[in-house]
Design a protein around this ligand. Structure first.
Ligand code: R5P
Length: 266
């Protein structure tokens, strides 16, 4: 692997082989998502605990202080909206030149396997990899499901992750599934990070699926709403950090959460 690629990947994946990515890119198709109406304010107290942030160029330029940033994973696919016809109809929205200008450590694009636009999104990914490899920029593929959250089961996720890796993604972001997640990771020859999905009911539930995902081979998370839509987002990210970087169990993470909740700021 060339120096630039290796260097960028090391900004994302830490020396322990683990990673906590914080995505705030949801507005690219959802608009002003709950508790992400002002992304700069949402992310500011969380930045010290994230290894990288994932976002679009628009929010990066408008809301993130370039002198106090973290490594950037630039979301470069989009072109759809919640009220449009088909969320899978994504194109590449941001050039690699822009990613270089913004000093991105990686770029990220969604694939929609099994959707009407499967082919287009897979070719988007392949073309992006072709261009990014020229400059030593890793591509993180996002195995997206659009509105069809029930698709999140092992056979489908394994298919998506493997295809993403075969097309050249250096990291794959996918959903966790209770049954067979080890097979999803085993079938993917590049590192896998877990996306959170919609906010779940309890903190322990989040800690349990992240912990289990890591035991089954994921290197960490790319987790947004379950952190910043929580009433105590700083406590959440501190607890998740303990699982990812200190091998805390879900119960130990809950203690970290409770302590941070009682002593820290929201
Ligand atoms: C959605 O497609 C975005 O790319 C998010 O980055 C991704 O879903 C992870 O965020 P969350 O944990 O909120 O699902």
């Amino acid at each position: 692997m060339e120096w630039g690629m290796k260097n960028r990947l090391s900004q994302l994946i830490q020396r322990d082989g683990r990673a906590l990515f914080l995505p705030i890119d949801h507005g690219y198709f959802q608009g002003p998502t709950y508790r992400l109406e002002e992304p700069g304010k949402t992310v500011e107290p969380l930045l010290p605990y994230a290894d990288a942030i994932m976002l679009t160029r628009g929010v990066l330029r408008a809301c993130i202080d370039p002198t106090k940033s973290k490594p950037i994973i630039l979301r470069v696919s989009g072109g759809t909206s919640m009220v449009g016809e088909d969320l899978s109809h994504e194109g590449i929205t941001t050039s690699v030149k822009e990613a270089i200008r913004l000093n991105a450590s990686a770029v990220s694009a969604s694939i929609f396997v099994g959707s009407r636009y499967e082919h287009e999104t897979l070719i988007n990914l392949a073309n992006l990899v072709n261009e990014c490899e020229e400059y030593g920029i890793p591509v993180m593929a996002v195995t997206a499901v659009g509105r069809e959250m029930e698709k999140r089961e092992a056979r489908y996720l394994a298919l998506c992750c493997r295809i993403a890796a075969e097309l050249g993604a250096r990291v794959v972001k996918t959903y966790y599934c209770k049954d067979g997640f080890d097979k999803v990771v085993r079938g993917c020859p590049v590192p896998v990070v877990i996306a959170g999905g919609p906010k779940v009911d309890s903190e322990l539930e989040v800690f349990e699926f992240v912990y289990d995902g890591i035991q089954k081979g994921a290197i960490g998370v790319n987790l947004g709403r379950n952190i910043w839509q929580h009433d105590y987002p700083v406590a959440m990210i501190k607890a998740l950090r303990a699982i990812i970087h200190e091998n805390a169990t879900p119960r130990e993470a809950l203690d970290v959460f409770s302590q941070a909740k009682n002593t820290g700021k929201r």
